[in-house]
Design a binder for this molecule. Structure first.
Ligand SMILES: *Cc1c(COP(=O)(O)O)cnc(C)c1O
Length: 379
C-alpha cells in the first residue's frame, strides 16, 4: 500500500459493534469481565483503549514499523525512552534540538545519574570519540530545531547498530510523509504528534514506533507502569489529522520553498536556514533521506539586533506569534525567548542560535498572503 492510502486506511477497521467508519472515542476507564480474568482483551484504560490501539496500529504502518505506542505528549514519549536507562548509562544527543528535550535530559535525567554528551552530529563520525562501554542511547533530531541542520540517519545507524547502541530519531519536523528513520536503520522513531501529525494545533500528543518486539515489551511496561497515556479524544484527533497529512505536507513544502527563496532575496534578511537550498551543507543528505524539504525555516536580519527581530515578530498579521509548529496556520517564533529559552544563553550562542533568530512554521494558507505579510513586517 502506498503512503497516501496508508494514511487514510492503515490499521483502522470499521467499529465491530456498529460499523461506524470513524474509530469511536471509547471514553471509558474500565471494561466489564464476564468472569474473573475473562475479557475481550481490555481490562483497564491505562493499559488498553481501543481508540488508542487503532492509532498505535496506524502509526506503526505509517512509519513502516511493527509497533506503535502513544503518550500524553511528545515529551512523555521522550521520557519513556530515557526510562530504559539505568544510572551510569550515557547518551549522545544532538547539540541542536528541541529545548524541552534538552531540559528533560539535563534537569531530570542528569539528576538520576544518566550522563549526556551534546554533539554536533552533522558529521556522524563526530560521535565516535564520545562512545564508550556505558553508551546506551544515541538521540538524533533531523532536520534540527531551529537551525534546520541535517543529520545522516543511515550513517548514525551504521555506527549505532555495530555497537548495539539504541538509536532514537525525533522525526517531528519531517513527519513520516517526508522521512522514515526505521527504514534507514534507526531503532526508534519519536513524534510530537502535537505538530504535523495532529496538524490543527488542537491536541498535545506523542508517539513512538519501533520494530523490535523486545523493545516494545519494555516500553509497553513503562507506559503502563508510569502512566503517561493519552486520552481517547486526543487519539481520535490525531487519527483524524493523519488522514490529511499528505495533502497538508505537499502544501507546506510548496509554500516553504517559495518563502525560503523569497526571504533569501530580501535585502534586509541575513541568513536563511532551510534544508532545500542546494548550498545548504546537508542538502545532499536531505535529498537522499527525505522526500521533500518541509515548511520549517529560520532566518536572521542584516540588522542582527534583538530590537529589529522583535519588530518583525510583533508586526506580522497572518503569521501568529506563538510556540509550536506543524499546524495548518503559519506561526512565527523567537527561539531564544520562547521555544529554546530553557537552553542557557552561552550554550545557545555556541551552537549558533543567536538572539535575533526568527523561526517560521509555514502553514497551508495562500502563499501570496504569507509573503505579503512578511514583506510588511520586515519592511
Ligand atoms: C514539540 C516538540 C517536542 C515535544 O513535544 P510535546 O508534544 O510538546 O510534548 C519534541 N520534539 C520536537 C522536535 C518538537 O518540536
Amino acid at each position: 500500500m502506498k503512503l497516501s492510502t496508508k494514511l487514510i486506511h492503515a490499521g483502522i477497521e470499521p467499529d465491530p459493534s456498529t460499523g461506524a467508519i470513524m474509530t469511536p472515542i471509547y471514553q471509558t476507564s474500565t471494561y466489564v469481565q464476564s468472569a474473573p480474568g475473562v475479557h475481550k482483551g481490555y481490562e483497564y484504560a491505562r493499559s488498553q483503549n481501543p481508540t488508542r490501539a487503532a492509532l498505535e496500529s496506524a502509526l506503526a504502518h505509517i512509519e513502516n514499523g511493527r509497533h506503535g505506542l502513544c503518550y500524553s505528549s511528545g515529551v512523555a514519549a521522550t521520557d519513556a525512552v530515557l526510562r530504559l536507562l539505568v544510572p551510569g548509562d550515557e547518551v549522545i544527543a544532538a547539540n541542536d534540538m528541541y529545548g524541552g528535550t534538552y531540559r528533560l535530559f539535563t534537569k531530570i535525567f542528569e539528576k538520576a545519574g544518566i550522563r549526556f554528551h551534546f554533539v554536533d552530529m552533522q558529521d556522524a563520525s563526530a560521535i565516535l570519540p564520545h562512545i564508550n562501554a556505558n553508551t546506551k542511547l544515541i538521540w538524533a533530531e533531523t532536520p534540527t530545531n531551529p537551525l534546520i541542520n541535517i543529520v545522516d540517519i543511515a550513517a548514525l545507524a551504521a555506527i549505532a547498530n555495530q555497537r548495539k547502541i539504541l538509536l532514537c530519531v525525533d522525526n517531528t519536523f519531517a513527519s513520516p510523509y517526508l522521512q522514515n528513520p526505521l527504514d534507514l536503520g534507526a531503532d526508534l522513531v519519536l513524534h510530537s504528534a502535537t505538530k504535523y501529525l495532529g496538524g490543527h494545533s488542537d491536541v498535545i500528543h506523542g508517539c513512538l514506533v519501533m520494530n523490535s518486539d523486545e523493545l516494545r515489551e519494555k516500553l509497553y511496561f513503562i507506559q503502563k507502569a508510569c502512566g503517561a497515556v493519552p486520552g481517547p479524544q486526543d487519539c481520535f484527533l490525531v487519527l483524524r489529522g493523519l488522514k490529511t497529512l499528505h495533502v497538508r505536507m505537499d502544501r507546506h513544502c510548496l509554500n516553504g520553498e517559495k518563502i525560503a527563496h523569497w526571504l533569501r532575496k530580501h535585502p534586509k534578511v541575513g541568513k536563511v536556514y532551510w534544508c532545500g537550498f542546494e548550498d545548504h551543507p546537508g542538502y545532499a543528505v536531505a535529498k537522499k533521506q527525505m522526500r521533500g524539504f518541509g515548511g520549517m525555516m529560520s532566518f536572521t536580519l542584516k540588522d542582527d539586533s534583538l530590537a529589529a527581530a522583535t519588530k518583525v515578530l510583533s508586526s506580522t498579521k497572518v503569521f501568529a506569534l506563538a510556540e509550536s509548529l506543524g499546524g495548518v496556520e503559519s506561526l512565527i517564533n523567537h527561539p531564544a525567548s520562547m521555544t529554546h529559552a530553557s537552553i542557557p544563553r552561552e550554550e545557545r550562542l555556541r551552537n549558533g542560535l543567536g538572539d535575533s533568530l526568527i523561526r517560521l512554521s509555514v502553514g497551508i494558507e495562500d502563499v501570496e498572503d504569507l509573503i505579503e505579510d512578511l514583506q510588511q513586517a520586515i519592511g
